[in-house]
Design a protein around this ligand. Sequence first.
Ligand code: ATP
Ligand code: MG
Length: 385
Amino acid sequence: MKELILVKYAPEIFLKGLNKGKFERKLRDNIGKKLEGIKAEFIHDSGRYFIRTDEVEESINRIKKVFGVLEVCLVREVEIDFAAIKDEALQKMKEAKGSTFKVVTNRANKKFELNSMEVSREVGAYVLTNLDREINVDVKTPEILLNIEIRNNYAYVWSNNDITKGAAGMPYGTNGSTMLMLSGGIDSPVAGYLMAKRGVELNCVYYHSHPYTSERAKDKVKELAKILSEYTEKITLYIVPFTDIQMEIIDKCREDELTIIMRRFMMRIACNLSEKYGINSVSTGESIGQVASQTMDGLIVSDDCADRPAFRPLIAMDKTDIMEIARKIGTYETSILPYEDCCTIFVPKHPKTNPKLNEIRKEEEKLNINELVEKAIDNIEIVNF
Ligand code: ATP
Ligand code: MG
């Protein structure tokens, strides 16, 4: 019995016209990297990849996390011979649980003697006559969906039980790069995941307020970057010392404007680092209305300090939906560890919810902005995952 892994990729990749080959190759490279250490042979067959390996289970577990992969199916390879195909289909049905079924055929090999409708009908009839248990056809909601694909060299048979859902999205590294502001909270890792899922290369920046935030808070952010890197490739985390900036703001600026001014510094530094390391954009885990600084006015005022697109993939999402993704991607348990972050320590009692750009700009004139930003950047710590 020959089993192969069939990788189906996201339909969006097919829409890329002349660039389709580029996306397919990138996906192939990304899967290859994920399978490092496993002996695997790739077979590219118009619009999908087949992978032959002895380590099937481990390979499927890794491939399903690759962005751009829609489904990973464990399929049986059969000679192009209708009797052999019918037998394999029957064998699959014996193994599958359920009392209703439907056969779906895809015939890429136009030389095959029957068309796809005929194959489905005849295999269905063969199963009905020969299966050793009671079974009915149900074309609308079958418990078992038996797939038959007839290609040029071989045919393949699998059922819905053999399908593992993939991460979907676009191949990582096909859509530019972003600097994710990664805090220890629930939201920003999810924002990073969603950007990476669309093929955007991730880099992370964390603002650390030593000694007001502990080493453990920093370790938590490192752990989150590490979890994210399981979905991406190498991730670089830039750790920026932020205490001096905060102290200076507390010392010179109005109390109710602390948060918003601090956020402007975060934006400036993220953009500055992006410029320095050739990164296209910045991203945050902000969601409209979630906290005082995430009002429309607040976002406008922090965007004022961005010299490149600032993406906020969670902007229109509810907290419960964000939490659901965090659980699914495995960041939730780390995010809820109770270590303080810099924002919770320096929160004003009554933060401004409707800051006015001109007023904030004026307030900031009390600070030596460039010097503060440069000093912070000169003292960054860089960690790779
Ligand atoms: P999160 O759950 O991601 O911490 P939050 O709901 O706590 O978000 P804020 O603290 O207002 O919201 O932060 C909004 C966004 O600003 C975060 O999602 C993150 O992108 C960025 N951010 C906040 N604090 C930091 C930090 N210390 N280092 C890096 N980025 C930060
Ligand atoms: Mg936070």
